[in-house]
Ligand binder design. Structure first.
Ligand SMILES: Cc1cc2nc3c(=O)[nH]c(=O)nc-3n(C[C@H](O)[C@H](O)[C@H](O)COP(=O)(O)O)c2cc1C
Length: 370
């Protein structure tokens, strides 16, 4: 049997990534697997996990252990959630519906992107564990609330407000490959939403500071949303401890430490290195989640050990969707969970609560806290 045939029978997590990259056209591969500018943050998200070393503990009693996790009153089989990723029909004809089915098969939460290419109701019908809806602020509060209410009526249980992308990052790889959305793929859940219309620029004006900044969200908008939303609001894209404190004051029900997978501002540090300071600043007031660079069960374990309540995965799930649709998503999630279980057993952790920093080498823990 050739190596390729063996891989087809027993794909590993790395095989999914490689295969997905090969299957996609260069511009779509750039969109899904590229990052901003020189891709330093994209690379750092993964390499920072490798720099943290595990220090296994022997002979501990792990009988009856499990990866079970409770988050915002919801119990899940494991702490691996699907991150919001836009326009999934670009990699698979069923797009977010297939992603939702794969998530449901592995009993995990899927976060539907505001820029989903599938209707939110259809995604929830395909996979009822698609229960978090990600939101980008649009200029008008009434329009935001109408969208949030629609999602609440559809049975979504939380809103994930992404705050790190008031403008798109500088995407060299996409520019070079000429990425653009085809006419038949769009953000269908935003159809009919009032979009800001900008007056022509006067000489000396900037599109960013004199137009887009006027319709971008500010802390007062977050407070208003948290106070008025029928669903709990989780803030995604927090990387500074002071912002974490402000998010909690504003009424957020959770925080996702994220640099958008290195797609927005290049040279932001790897999220796993930022996590401990944000966990400390949050002081147990709300759950702190993280994403960026999670590719292995050991990565999940390290994030939990450094205080994350759960992790989100973006590109890895996209790799599963690209290669084998819902079955691929489900398989990727299962492989990741299996790897987490192996890593927990080998480090003597019976439960998510057991995953404390003493399973990490002290040197790397203090580095990560700097
Ligand atoms: C192609 C692509 C599209 C994304 N679209 C969104 C989005 O619509 N909303 C959002 O909040 N984050 C979006 N993200 C960021 C992810 O939610 C997540 O933060 C990131 O992918 C995590 O890093 P990872 O891919 O290394 O797991 C996107 C990421 C990728 C790769």
């Amino acid at each position: 049997m050739t190596e390729a045939e063996t891989q087809a029978l027993q794909p590993t997590l790395r095989d999914y990534e490689r295969k997905a990259y090969d299957l996609l056209s260069p511009d779509r591969a750039a969109y899904f697997f590229g990052g901003a500018a020189d891709e330093r943050t994209l690379d750092a998200n993964q390499s920072a996990f490798s720099d943290i070393e595990l220090l296994p503990r022997m002979l501990r009693d792990v009988r009856g252990g499990s990866t079970r996790t409770t988050l915002l009153d919801q119990t899940m089989a494991h702490p691996i959630i699907l991150a919001p990723v836009a326009y999934q029909k670009l990699v698979h004809p069923e797009g977010e519906a297939a992603m939702a089915l794969g998530a449901a098969a592995q009993d995990t939460v899927m976060t539907l992107s505001a820029q989903s290419s599938v209707d939110a109701g259809a995604a929830r019908t395909a996979g009822p564990s698609c229960t978090w809806f990600q939101l980008y602020w649009t200029a008008q509060r009434e329009a935001v609330m109408a969208l949030v209410q629609r999602m609440a009526d559809l049975g979504f249980t939380a809103i994930v407000l992404t705050v790190d992308a008031p403008v798109q990052g500088v995407r060299d790889r996409e520019t070079r490959t000429g990425f653009g959305l085809p006419a038949d793929i769009s953000a269908v859940n935003l159809a009919g939403m009032p979009m800001p219309r900008f007056a022509p620029l006067e000489p000396g004006e900037s599109i960013l500071f004199d137009r887009i900044a006027h319709v971008s969200p500010r802390w007062a908008d977050v407070e208003w949303l948290c106070q008025n939303s029928p669903l709990p609001v989780i803030l995604k894209g927090i990387v500074h401890p002071d912002d974490a404190r402000q998010a909690i004051e504003a009424g957020a029900s959770g925080i996702i430490v994220s640099n958008h997978g290195g797609r927005i501002l290049d040279t932001v540090p790897a999220t796993i290195t930022l996590l401990p300071a944000i966990v400390k600043a949050s002081d147990g007031a709300v759950p702190v989640l993280m994403d960026g660079g999670v590719r292995r069960g050991t990565d999940v374990l390290k994030a939990l050990a450094l205080g994350a309540s759960a992790v989100l995965v973006g590109r890895l799930a996209i790799a599963g969707l690209t290669v084998a649709g819902s079955a691929g998503v489900s398989h990727v999630l299962r492989l990741l969970r299996d790897e987490l279980e192996v890593a927990m057993m080998l480090t003597g952790c019976r439960s998510v609560a057991d995953t404390t920093p003493d399973i990490l080498r002290r040197q790397t823990v203090s580095d990560a806290k700097d």
